[in-house]
Design a protein around this ligand. Structure first.
Ligand code: URA
Length: 196
């Protein structure tokens, strides 16, 4: 599928989300955040849900967590234009709380459609919401981010073999230099994986 066609399919998903009322997050939504980046990328990053800034502008990771994500990408020679970035949930939860299981279940069919379009080889699950969605989807057990970060899970997606890479959410490292260092180390492992 060429990039134009992929973009058309993505636009259709966005149109559906704009009128989606499958969960109560639609009530506070300003702009839904579908995702952005290279639709031909083999590498996809999945966060949790839009925050205030993302909800204002309709783009993923444009606030302070996004700035850290940009730095982490830059550190391994990537830019956000080279990869695709999205979230488990497309509308902002009030007060930036974690999305509930019901909200995630209502919203993740959109993410599944997106992944079917991109067909990535590597998915980076950033934080607990993302890893809990993917562990349920692919049927493996998660034993806490501290035990699994920097590790890979080989899974079978409808479009072929996929490597799932788990790491912390950048927002968790914003005021924690130790965690930022751990994220940097995880991104270095990711870079090694990309080169292998
Ligand atoms: N946090 C997320 O999980 N996603 C965003 O898009 C922004 C902050």
């Amino acid at each position: 599928m060429n990039e134009n066609l992929k973009q058309q399919f993505m636009n259709k998903i966005l149109e559906k989300i704009k009128t989606c009322m499958e969960c109560s997050l639609c009530e506070g939504r300003c702009k839904p955040v579908l995702g952005e980046g290279n639709l031909n990328s083999e590498l996809v990053f999945i966060g949790e849900a839009p925050g205030r800034k993302e909800d204002e502008v309709g783009r993923p990771f444009v606030g302070s967590a996004g700035q850290l994500l940009d730095r982490l990408l830059f550190g391994i020679g990537l830019s956000r234009k080279a990869v695709y970035i999205s979230n488990v949930v497309k509308c902002r939860p009030p007060d930036n709380r974690r999305p509930t299981i019901e909200e995630m279940e209502a919203c993740t069919p959109f993410l599944e459609e997106q992944l079917e379009i991109i067909k990535p080889k590597i998915i980076v699950a950033m934080g607990n919401s993302a890893i809990s969605f993917f562990s349920k989807k692919f049927g493996f057990k998660v034993i806490g981010m501290w035990r699994i970060h920097g590790k890979i899970f080989q899974v079978e997606a409808p479009w072929g073999k996929v490597i799932l890479f788990a790491t912390f959410h950048p927002a968790a490292a914003l005021y924690n230099k130790d965690l930022e260092k751990i994220l940097e180390d995880d991104f270095k492992k990711l870079s090694t994986l990309l080169k292998s």
